[in-house]
Design a protein around this ligand. Structure first.
Ligand code: FAD
Ligand code: SF4
Length: 481
């Protein structure tokens, strides 16, 4: 057995929550690599097939987990794959990046009884990676083509899942996206060490081979308005995600080398994809040898600190104004970052950025937790006279994302939005207030998860199908009258 294989055997002898920290440091890769067949069988057979499948209930796609675990335990992988893909358009993606500790695995009865969860995510990944390897995953063969067409704005997981489902029903589907590559945050947000880009690219290729058209470098609002697009198609889905980074308005915020998280992560992902990235190549967006300070405590902040470590930063600090227990990000991600050498500076908030032209240090205030606010979380309060400076030559702001002003951008002022700027939909029909215009994913929910975007995309496809069938019936009865 090779050293690499030995490493995987060891890795897979433990549940994800208990994996050896030393393995992570040396391997430096979030992804399990090959989940060995025997291990998949062994793990699957740990499922007690309990009467109430809490794992399934807590999976946003209601994946039929007990059934595909049973089939995997029996070595019937192809059947396991068929069941797994019937509710999920990207099982290998979810298997890699779902926060399973908060979803399926966190609710596994075996986990609850203190014996360590069945590693559902890694088995899901294993089943689908095997399906790709064996050639079981094939482009859609449409039985009967429909003339009706749908324009989807946004090639992220919500748009792609919706497109696939509609194409299965024979519709003509075109996806428009302002980036040069499809995938949305799967390509330019989530780092390669969590989700390898070829995994996303083979999905896109499959959709193209299934007859779905992709129009890249096409920004709705700039290249065409929503209404122009609406004239071209029988229905529209808006799945544009949320991209407006929240700002920190403190003295020194205009200094050089202070960047929003997405600039940093996109540069790193583009580099990984082989692009020429001037700001990375000239060192500006490269953490190597630098004192990096990341501000924020969510999952995106964790991706930034962990990417900085991989880029060989001199030091990486994460500032968060509450304590560890109150961090919004996944506890597992925080644990991973600590293992990799990231220093968390809890209960700390930036007061000003210091430097002449470029950032040199972040002046911070120490915080204490006061009474709960409206959200029920304890409000952070400044401890007077607690200021001190943290050296920094690269600052990454990761305070979350808000929706862009879609009605303005799309030149569609009538489009209804919520007070948070997310698009309002009828929760049953997924339709906006504009006839034939639907919306799904982060642009409806606010920043969320890939698995929810897939769920929304699938639900939207069902509703768009109903809408188009009704449109067809009305057209026929009008013609007959
Ligand atoms: C750094 C980071 C890490 C994350 N890690 C995880 C994780 O580990 N696990 C997890 O489950 N979730 C994670 N998420 C969240 C997850 O990526 C999102 O919830 C999910 O991608 C939302 O899918 P979506 O299809 O709604 O939008 P997106 O994936 O954002 O896709 C939207 C697409 O719309 C396009 N678009 C926007 N405006 C226009 C326009 N005007 N015209 C044309 N195209 C347009 C964009 O270019 C983009 O391709 C992460 C998010 C970030 C930012
Ligand atoms: S999609 Fe996510 S939550 Fe559902 S079974 Fe897979 S890993 Fe678990």
């Amino acid at each position: 057995m090779t050293n690499k294989m030995l490493k995987f055997v060891k890795l897979n002898q433990e549940t994800p929550n208990k994996r050896d920290t030393k393995e992570r440091k040396t391997d430096f890769n979030e992804i399990y690599g090959e989940f060995i067949k025997d291990k998949a069988k062994e793990q699957s057979s740990r499922c007690s097939q309990c009467g109430v499948p809490f794992c399934q209930i807590h999976c946003p796609l209601q994946n039929n987990i007990p059934d595909w675990l049973k089939l995997t335990a029996e070595g019937r992988l192809k059947e396991a794959y068929e069941i797994s893909q019937s509710t999920n358009n990207m099982p290998e993606v979810c298997g890699r990046i779902c926060p399973q500790d908060r979803l399926c695995e966190g609710n596994c009865v075996i986990e609850q009884s203190g014996h360590g969860t069945v590693t559902i995510g890694s088995i899901e990944k294993y089943i689908t990676d095997t399906a790709w390897e064996k050639g079981w995953i094939k482009p859609i063969k449409v039985k009967k083509e429909s003339k009706q067409s749908i324009g989807i704005v946004g090639a992220g997981p919500a748009g792609m899942a919706c497109a696939e489902e509609l194409r299965k029903s024979g519709y003509q589907v075109t996806i428009y996206d302002r980036y040069d590559r499809p995938g949305g945050l799967l390509i330019y947000g989530i780092p390669n060490f969590k989700l390898e880009k070829h995994v996303v690219e083979r999905r896109t290729k499959l959709l193209k081979e299934s007859g779905i058209k992709f129009v890249q470098n096409f920004e709705v609002g700039k290249n065409k308005t929503l209404y122009e697009l609406k004239k071209k198609h029988d229905a529209i889905l808006i799945a544009t995600g949320v991209y407006k980074a929240r700002e920190i308005d403190i003295p020194g915020h205009n200094l050089k080398n202070i960047f929003p998280a997405m600039d940093f992560l996109t540069a790193s992902n583009r580099k990984g994809l082989g692009d020429k990235v001037e700001l990375f190549d000239n060192g500006t967006l490269n953490a190597e040898g630098k004192d990096v300070v990341v501000i924020g405590g969510g999952d995106t902040a964790m991706d930034c600190v962990r990417t900085s470590v991989r880029q060989k930063a001199k030091s990486v600090k994460c500032l968060y104004r509450r304590d560890r227990e109150n961090m919004p990000g996944s506890a597992r991600e925080v644990g991973n970052a600590i293992e990799e050498g990231v220093e968390f500076v809890w209960l700390t908030s930036p007061k000003s950025f210091i430097g002449d032209t470029h950032i040199k240090a972040v002046e911070v205030n120490k915080m204490k937790l006061g009474d709960p606010d409206l959200s029920g979380r304890r409000r952070p309060e400044i401890e007077k006279g607690s200021e001190y400076k943290i050296p920094a030559d690269l600052v990454i702001k990761s305070l979350g994302f808000d929706p862009e002003n879609i009605p303005k951008l799309f030149n569609a002022k009538e489009l209804d939005i919520s007070k948070w700027g997310t698009i309002k939909i009828d929760l049953k029909t997924m339709q906006t207030n504009l006839d034939g215009v639907f919306a799904a994913g982060d642009i409806v929910r606010g920043a969320s998860l890939v698995v929810w975007a897939i769920r929304d995309g699938r639900d939207a496809a069902v509703q768009i199908d109903k809408y188009l069938r009704m449109k067809q019936i009305n057209k026929k009865s009008e013609a007959a009258a």
